[in-house]
Design a protein around this ligand. Structure first.
Ligand SMILES: NC(=O)C1=CN([C@@H]2O[C@H](COP(=O)(O)OP(=O)(O)OC[C@H]3O[C@@H](n4cnc5c(N)ncnc54)[C@H](OP(=O)(O)O)[C@@H]3O)[C@@H](O)[C@H]2O)C=CC1
Ligand SMILES: O=C(O)[C@@H]1CCC=N1
Length: 319
């Protein structure tokens, strides 16, 4: 929804909105408010009513995004579709209310936004299969495939199409916790970019970037949840080694990562400053940090991002 200085208490585009500003409370109808302020109506509620989204591929990333979009209220489950081979277990995405077909064309015929959530080596084949429908229905095509460049997707289609390359991550399953970047192709309009921003912001952090940066994003936030799960598991193992029950240890480890991440995002303070505030002179933390340096934690994490980035670039070659 367009922002104003007023606090707006509302639910959806129907009924009455209560606006509070400088001790003044006004009740208005949503449409009157938008007319009075010459604003375009682009709320999540309107998007949910007017846009239909389809996922080609009903795997882990499609399920996370579909659940996130529905949970955030951006898309109604009745406007959300997916396709995958008949032998794929799509029960999780169906439980979120998504209608699943086993023909990709059935989805492409129903939606105005088509999200390619298949493995990178299948993207070209799917684009060729749906090329005529994409052109006929002027679909906005969004790809989340790692390493697959916009140029190679354009080449796979018979006619120019609006394509947006996105790199999300699986925490998008919980709206607010995803991290995502997007790059529109040259044919996309500013409205297409705004739509992508609205869609992926509903899942968490979202930023438009130059395509040349997307392999590095893939190596950092695309693959990053796996690094963090490994860290949480190791933290929990440490607790267990020191005598904590596994369940308590894992809860403490996960909450510690969540809390530390919150401090970085909420304060905007450099992580090194926050780390210093935990490490008392001669105390426990500095002994722990020394052990981490001896184990090469930072070196290992930097190497992980570098290796995954290189792999993403390599996967794009020859496609
Ligand atoms: N998982 C992650 O954390 C992230 C993944 N991505 C990207 O998301 C994409 C999907 O990854 P992910 O969800 O992990 O993979 P999954 O293997 O979980 O899902 C892929 C889905 O595509 C289906 N599929 C295969 N071929 C076709 C086809 N021709 N038409 C329709 N559906 C098909 C698969 O079915 P079947 O296996 O039966 O063939 C499966 O349902 C990848 O390109 C990946 O790079 C991006 C960011 C993060
Ligand atoms: O491992 C992969 O290739 C995908 C892309 C980013 C996260 N998972």
């Amino acid at each position: 929804m367009a922002s104003t200085d007023a606090q707006v208490s509302c639910s959806g585009m129907s009924g009455i909105w209560i606006l509070k500003q400088e001790n003044c409370t006004v009740m208005v109808s949503p449409s009157a408010f938008f007319r009075a302020h010459s604003l375009e109506i682009t709320s999540g509620a309107e998007m949910a009513q007017t846009n239909t989204v389809g996922f080609v591929g009903a795997g882990k990333m499609a399920t996370a995004m579909a659940k996130g979009f529905i949970e955030s209220g951006l898309f109604h489950s009745s406007n959300t579709f997916a396709s995958c081979p008949a032998n794929w277990d799509s029960s999780e995405i169906q439980e979120a209310g998504v209608t699943v077909y086993d023909e990709n064309a059935q989805v492409a015929e129903k939606v105005n936004i088509l999200i390619l959530a298949v493995k990178p080596d299948v993207v070209k084949e799917v684009l060729q299969e749906l090329s005529a429908t994409i052109a006929k229905r002027n679909l906005l095509v969004i790809s989340v495939a790692a390493g697959v460049a916009i140029e190679s997707m354009e080449k796979a289609l018979e006619k120019p199409a609006r394509i947006i390359r996105v790199m999300p991550n699986t925490p998008a399953l919980y709206p607010g916790y995803g991290a995502c970047v997007f790059c529109p192709n040259s044919i996309c309009t500013s409205e297409d970019a705004a739509l992508a921003e609205k869609m992926f912001s509903s899942l968490g952090f979202c930023s438009q970037i130059d395509e040349k940066l997307i392999d590095a994003v893939t190596g950092l936030s695309g693959s990053g949840p796996a690094y963090v799960f490994t860290f949480i598991e190791a933290l929990s193992d440490g607790g267990v080694k020191m005598g904590l029950p596994r369940d308590l240890s894992t809860k403490l480890a996960a909450q510690t990562v969540l809390g530390a991440a919150k401090m970085v995002t909420a304060s905007g303070t450099h992580p090194a400053v926050l780390r210093d505030a935990v490490a008392s002179p001669g105390g426990t933390t500095i002994h722990g940090l020394h052990a981490l340096e001896q184990g090469g934690l930072r070196n290992a994490v930097i190497n992980a991002v570098e290796a995954a980035t290189k792999r993403s670039t390599e996967m794009g070659k020859g496609k």
